[in-house]
Design a protein around this ligand. Structure first.
Ligand code: ARG
Ligand code: ZN
Length: 866
């Protein structure tokens, strides 16, 4: 019984005002709701409110308690058949936050109350029309024992005080109408880091970050990131913060990354807390981007929200685009773009190639929680990026301004968003809309022919999108291809298009195929196409390896420079995996990489990216059927060759980049650490005694977590006593720090050694393992399944069995998090038949289990469907 976009109907009743009264107690929280209700549709419709796992206490209309015959309550709804046209509904329920291990609705984490309502968690708190198009003004009173010292909700604090019997209360009012998924409540003992920001119109906003007692210093970086985000949104989009107070709370038990509740964001502590001793540069980077993401939702999500959950990309794709743009401004455009594209390919391209492929705007679902996917977020962001590329930055900004003006305070749709851009440009976006409705990664091919006498370059482009579940045939999409030319030495080669001189041009391929002729081309060119990854497609060209070397050495577009290196490496590894190693080319690649490493002009962060070979999962997407063992062996062999060839360069980098001063998390310092650790990592591919000592020394001398993890993971490659001792040392040292112990679990989960599966299974019995904590569970189980292909795809099927066992165990109490673990099995068709069959068998075992949640059921059965 899937829910369909085509069945959307406006709400039968609207709620103008909500008054909530919480009497907090771990096992018996009382929730009173007073709703001012008004009929929106026809007379005949009953009032139907969502409500799950609620213990009913009473239901009254306009002060009169309803008799049992006047209402029905089942596992999902409260139904009142003969509701008046306008009335006040008062209900009271009891809930049990302590035993809520699904972490959805009101639950407890570390002895504190907190909430997660998106997408459909509010119905586990009280009866309500739990849908994003019902916007109302919330006033919330919270009462609790004084030991729950901070009582927080959305908006402004309007009253607070002490009560007899060691109790106290607080009353919050949020002046902005909002859907219930943006409601939040927190109650407990917390420390707070405070700051202030003066907005563009001169208003002072109080900023508060609440964390576990003793952790306030670790919120300093998040605070800094928050202030930079607020300023950036003013400068870049003209968006000012709207309340006098902005709060963030960090909790340890959280199903996802973070949540944009109005004025009260709630974060997974792993995406908020950082100091040099316990957080890596990657943690800092993610904190900066997630703090920005959730803050940016204030306008793209909260002030303007989604009409229904099919429109999820309206807020998520757009907000990811905004946070990626912010990170690019903070940390450098090329490096940021490379990282974003790596993540897109690893997660979204894989999704598009499997049975769970879906459009950026899906048209049906069983559980919306399953659609918080790379496609909706990351591809959703790519679609916005293409829109901006197609119409240019000024028109893009105008369209955004119109969107904010036209839709502020409303719940809307992707169509209405796009209409804003049509209105400001006068252009037609009908063709563009297919990017929202069509799943699959388009394949674009490019052929070139140069005519020296005529000085012309003819480009032949074609596109094709492979079928995906439910979408056998596809139409052509408008694909922006940014393109430039290089001469044989890698210098930019000027040309003309339609008589206009240019260094770079934008070709929009909106038909199945097209020809473009560039003129005034003085020399046989190397074509640099899809610069900056101008659209989320798979590009194949007739370029020769020698063209790639020219690009790697000198492409003015740094993204394509990196991409050329990746293409070369991919070809070499896949050749080896198929038993056709090309040693001459491998040497040539090693030499080119050596030159790139010694290029004084380029940035260390960029060089660190150049040095990293395509991941095993990236390679698996390019091999049909995929053979993870062969890929792993081939990739390792190339790493060893590079390591041998580049030993001196790598050693020089490792020594030269040693850090002497104080730690700073800024992008330039992080880039130097990244390059130094990447050099060590490649040196460790050559497991001789000397590298063991080098890695051990690196680990022991580490003055920050980035270097400690760099040392530990180099030791992991080398193995033996040095590694085992370092692991023990690390655990002893950090056992009181959950976020660091997560890293300890994750590191062992991605160990490619033969022994790893046994070790991972053993770790599930470790006293520090806790499947109820999503961070810990993901550190071990999800890292193993997603980042250790060599061991996950063990020919015995034991890796798959392990994952299936975990999914079934976790589904018993936390379906949302269990469902997230299904994906690695979903790609079974792409693997060698003997592996695919074993993967399939585990999916069948999952799907055949009784009492499965809707979440896991939907993904397991979709993964099996043909
Ligand atoms: N809106 C949150 C964010 O992206 C994520 C909420 C995740 N919730 C869920 N049920 N998947 O910022
Ligand atoms: Zn978001």
């Amino acid at each position: 019984q899937p829910i369909r976009l085509a069945d959307y109907a406006p709400p039968a009743f609207l709620i103008d005002e909500v008054r909530l009264d919480f009497d907090l107690a771990p096992n018996t929280t009382r929730v009173k709701a007073k709703l001012t209700v008004r009929r929106n549709g026809e007379h005949a419709q009953p009032l139907v409110l969502n409500g799950e796992r609620l213990k009913p206490v009473s239901v009254a209309i306009d002060g009169r308690v309803l008799a049992e015959a006047e209402r029905t309550i089942d596992a999902e709804f409260l139904t009142i058949p003969n509701a008046p046209d306008a009335f006040v509904l008062e209900t009271e329920v009891e809930i049990d936050p302590e035993n809520n291990k699904a972490l959805e609705g009101l639950y407890m984490s570390g002895g504190r109350f907190c909430t997660q309502c998106e997408a459909e968690g509010f119905r586990k708190i009280t009866w309500y029309p739990d849908r994003p198009d019902v916007l109302s003004r919330f006033t919330v009173r919270i009462e609790a024992d004084r030991k729950f010292r901070h009582l927080l909700s959305n908006g402004n604090l309007i009253d607070a005080g002490e009560l007899p019997g060691g109790r106290h209360f607080a009353v919050w009012n949020d002046p902005f109408p909002k859907p219930c998924y943006l409601f939040a409540l927190v109650g407990g003992e917390l420390d707070v880091l405070e700051d202030k920001l003066v907005t563009m119109t001169g208003r002072t906003v109080d900023l508060r970050i609440y964390v576990d007692p003793g952790m306030a210093p670790r919120a300093a970086y998040a605070m800094d990131a928050l202030k930079r985000s607020m300023k950036w949104d003013e400068e870049t989009f003209g968006r000012e913060y709207d309340l006098d107070l902005f709060m963030i709370v960090a909790v340890r038990d959280f199903n996802f990354g973070a949540m944009e509740n109005k004025g009260l964001n709630i974060f997974n502590s792993s995406l908020l807390l950082a100091d040099p001793a316990t957080a890596t540069d990657m943690d800092y980077e993610r904190i900066e981007s997630v703090v920005a993401h959730e803050y940016f939702h204030n306008w793209t999500g909260d002030r303007i929200t989604c009409r229904d959950w099919f429109q999820l990309c309206l807020k998520e794709g757009l907000t990811v685009f905004r946070d990626q743009s912010f990170s690019a401004d903070m940390r450098g455009h090329a490096v940021q773009r490379i990282k974003d594209v790596k993540a897109l390919r690893a997660r979204q391209f894989a999704e598009d190639q499997g049975p769970l492929a879906h459009p950026v705007r899906p048209s049906s679902y069983l559980k919306i929680d399953n659609f918080y996917t790379a496609t909706i977020y990351e591809k959703g962001s790519e679609v916005i990026r293409m829109l901006k590329t197609l119409i240019g930055p000024e028109a893009f900004r105008k369209g955004m301004d119109l969107y904010f003006e036209r839709w502020d305070g409303h719940a809307t749709t992707v169509e209405e968003f796009i209409r804003c851009f049509a209105d400001v440009t006068g252009r037609d976006f009908e063709g563009f809309f297919a990017w929202y409705e069509q799943a699959g990664t388009p394949r674009v091919s490019l052929k070139q022919s140069y005519d020296a006498a005529a000085r012309t370059l003819e480009l032949e482009l074609a596109q094709e999108t492979p079928p995906t579940p439910g979408q056998p045939t596809k139409k052509p999409l408008p694909i922006p291809v940014t393109l430039g030319l290089l001469d044989g030495d890698g210098r930019t080669l000027a040309f003309e298009r339609d008589g206009q001189a240019a260094d770079e041009t934008l070709i929009v391929l909106d038909q199945a195929s097209a020809k473009v002729t560039l003129t005034g081309v003085d020399a046989a060119p190397v074509v640099s196409a899809l610069r900056g990854f101008s659209s989320p497609v798979e590009l194949t060209t007739d370029a020769r390896a020698s063209d790639r070397y020219v690009q790697l050495a000198g492409d003015a577009d740094l993204f394509n420079r990196w991409e050329a290196g990746q293409e070369l490496a991919r070809a070499l590894i896949l050749a080896r995996a198929k038993g056709a190693a090309d040693e001459v080319s491998e040497e040539r690649y090693a030499e080119a990489l050596g030159r790139a490493l010694n290029d004084q002009a380029s940035d260390p962060a960029f060089k660190a990216l150049l040095l990293a070979l395509p991941s095993e999962s990236d390679l698996a997407l390019a091999m049909a059927p995929a053979d993870p063992a062969a890929i792993h062996a081939a990739r390792d062999a190339l790493r060893l060759r590079l390591s041998l060839h580049l030993t001196e360069d790598l050693q020089r980098l490792h020594i030269g980049l040693q850090e002497l001063g104080e730690f700073s998390p800024d992008a330039a310092s992080a880039g130097r650490r990244a390059l130094r650790n990447a050099a060590l990592d490649l040196l460790a591919a050559n497991p001789r005694a000397e590298t063991g000592e080098l890695a051990d020394g690196h680990y022991r001398a580490a003055a920050n977590m980035t270097d400690a993890m760099g040392g530990l993971s180099a030791l992991m490659q080398i193995g033996g006593d040095l590694y085992e001792n370092a692991l023990t040392d690390f655990f002893q040292r950090w056992k009181a720090e959950p976020l660091v112990i997560d890293k300890w679990f994750a590191l062992q989960a991605r160990d490619p050694d033969e022994s790893a599966l046994g070790r991972v299974m053993g770790l599930t019995a470790h006293p520090a393992f806790d499947e109820k904590n999503p961070n810990r569970l993901r550190a071990l189980v999800s890292t193993f399944a997603n980042f250790n292909p060599a061991r996950f795809h063990d020919p015995s099927g034991a890796g798959y069995r392990f994952l299936a066992d975990q999914i079934l165990a976790v589904d018993g109490f936390n379906p949302m998090t269990a469902a997230r673990l299904v994906e690695p099995l979903g790609g079974w068709r792409r693997y060698k038949p003997e592996l695919g069959a074993l993967m399939r068998k585990e999916l069948e075992r999952i799907a055949g289990t009784e009492g499965l949640s809707k979440n896991v059921y939907e993904l397991a059965t979709k993964a099996l469907a043909d």
